[in-house]
Design a binder for this molecule. Structure first.
Ligand code: NAD
Length: 503
């Protein structure tokens, strides 16, 4: 139980301040820290060491129903939606300040349960906190419209109103930011939320909830239902079918996103989806190759490649292919791999057995179909069960899963191309359209290619593009809606048209 977590946490090297006060082993419903109604728990592991960090409530749809009722009660009590925008903004700012003050502790929890290197975890904490700050500011700018009427004596208005209870389902790869990017927007709009964090990383979610409570966000406004893998589908279905849940926001696999989309059809329920990508990363002859290599490293190896916007297919123009490949090889071979609690480590473990098996399968599939391994590949059992050696693979063909699917791991697939048209065609040859990157110093090419790329986000001479100020989201099968930016509020408000006549 929690004592194991405390012992484990204090053993993590490289972490000077780990606040055990933020390690919660109960879920949060209606302001109370509770066990599952069934009394069951599930284990949370440290993927670097395989040790158990904590046991948390293995909740099912009975508990999820209670949390929906708590969120509904809190919404209709108007303790939150009835506050002025300035008051809501003030409480969100308080939450932000507490998050900021507790960054090292939150980062330590993230590293322990997700395996991401501690410096990246701190980076995620900064990024995650920025959504609470951003939406605290946006809360005061959820403006309506006054429309000139078409006939005399008629005034037309549009108001933006909170939808009600929002169900938020989040993944393990960004255990902090995927929650605050959704919850920050929902709360700013005046909604109340039920959060179902990923089974691999519930502890970060609970720590965020604890600080929200300390900030004075009223009971029932944020509810957190922890559950093991087994109960996730039933909880997801309940969110989709419950008339008391007004909207759902999901980040995760395209496969689960499609299930939720189907299940939301009957209730015509609002749904925001942030799903998988298959990002192209193009390096044109005109590019600065050193900058392109820097961009490739940051885009690919952040979070061990387990990022939906991670570059997946590297398309390199023939004149610069050899230079790019050899500089990249040197950098990849210099990566330090290990337990992310050590601040020198750049690449940690994969999150779980399913992920490492998937990565290994993708590489085996490519090699069996004629791909060549330039460097790396293979499991690093001497470090632990979930470590995979960063790899560069070339001679990639469209019949390989490395080409058609996102690998979600530390593997670079290199392809050579001749012309710009060919590169754009390959880049767009996917049903995923989340992010895309290209490196070019030719201004006309920059605008031409940016327009042609079928993605929701494009990085030009940049490998790291996500920020609270800009709209995050995809097209095609990569999702619906946008998070962050002023558009991030849209999923949590509806437009109400008001016609005032005969004045
Ligand atoms: P997943 O989609 O299965 O899980 C994401 C979240 O959905 C978790 O909270 C999980 O408990 C929940 N979930 C699982 N099944 C559900 C269901 N039927 N209904 C409702 N919720 C459900 O993702 P995963 O298994 O953790 O990873 C599988 C693949 O998904 C990865 O290899 C990667 O390609 C992709 N992925 C993408 C992102 C992203 O940011 N877009 C994040 C995580 C995983």
């Amino acid at each position: 139980m929690l004592h194991i977590a405390r012992k484990c946490a204090t053993q993590i090297s490289g972490l000077r301040r780990l606040s055990t006060a933020l390690l919660q082993d109960k879920a949060l419903i209606d302001g109370k820290w509770v066990s599952a109604a069934s009394g069951k728990t599930f284990e949370v592991y440290n993927p670097a060491t395989g040790s158990i960090i904590a046991h948390v409530p293995d909740m099912d749809s009975t508990d999820a129903q209670k949390s929906i009722e708590a969120a509904k009660k809190a919404f209709y009590s108007e303790e939150w939606s009835g506050l002025t925008a300035k008051e809501r903004s003030g409480l969100l700012k308080k939450w932000f300040r507490l998050l900021e003050q507790n960054r090292p502790e939150i980062a330590a929890i993230m590293t322990a349960e997700s395996g991401k290197p501690i410096n990246e975890a701190i980076g995620e904490a900064v990024y995650g906190d920025s959504f609470v700050e951003w939406f605290a500011e946006e809360a005061r700018r959820i403006y309506g419209e006054v429309i000139p009427g078409p006939v005399p004596n008629r005034e037309l208005f549009i108001m933006r109103q909170p939808i009600g209870v929002a169900g938020l389902i989040t993944p393990w790869n960004f255990p902090h930011a995927m929650i605050t990017r959704k919850a920050g927007a929902a709360l700013a709009a005046g909604c109340t939320v039920v959060i179902k964090p990923a089974e691999d990383t519930p502890l970060t979610a609970l720590a965020l909830g604890k600080l929200a409570q300390e900030a004075g966000i009223p009971n029932g406004v944020i509810n957190i239902v922890t559950s093991g893998r087994e109960h996730a589908p039933a909880i997801g279905e309940l969110f989709c079918k419950s008339p008391d849940v007004a909207g759902i926001s999901f980040t995760g696999s395209t496969q689960v996103g499609k299930i939720l989309y189907r299940n939301c059809a009957d209730g015509i329920k609002r749904l925001g989806l942030e799903l998988g990508g298959n990002a192209p990363f193009i390096v044109f002859n005109s590019a600065n190759i050193d900058k392109a290599v820097d961009g490739a490293m940051v885009s690919k190896f952040r979070n061990c490649g387990q990022t939906c916007v991670s570059a997946n297919r590297f398309l390199i123009q023939e004149n610069v292919f050899d230079e790019f490949a050899s500089k990249l090889k040197e950098r990849v071979e210099g990566l330090r791999i290990g337990d992310g609690a050590n601040s020198e480590v750049k690449v940690g473990p994969l999150i779980n057995k399913m992920q490492i098996d998937k990565v290994a399968h993708f590489v085996e599939d490519a090699v069996s179909k004629g791909a060549t391994v330039i460097t790396g590949g293979g499991r690093l059992k001497e470090l632990g069960e979930l470590f995979y050696k960063p790899a560069i693979i070339t001679n990639i063909k469209p019949n390989m899963v490395l080409y058609t699917e996102e690998v979600f791991g530390p593997v670079i697939s290199l392809m050579k191309f001749k012309t710009e048209d060919e590169a754009v065609k390959i880049a767009n040859d996917t049903q995923r359209g989340l992010a895309g990157y290209f490196f070019s110093e030719d201004v006309q090419q920059i605008f031409r290619v940016a327009r042609k790329m079928e993605v929701g986000m494009v990085g030009i001479n940049e490998g790291l593009i996500s920020t609270a100020e800009a709209a995050f989201g995809g097209i095609k099968e990569s999702g619906l809606g946008r998070e962050g930016s002023r558009h991030g509020i849209d999923d949590y408000v509806y437009l109400k048209y008001m016609c005032v006549g005969n004045l």
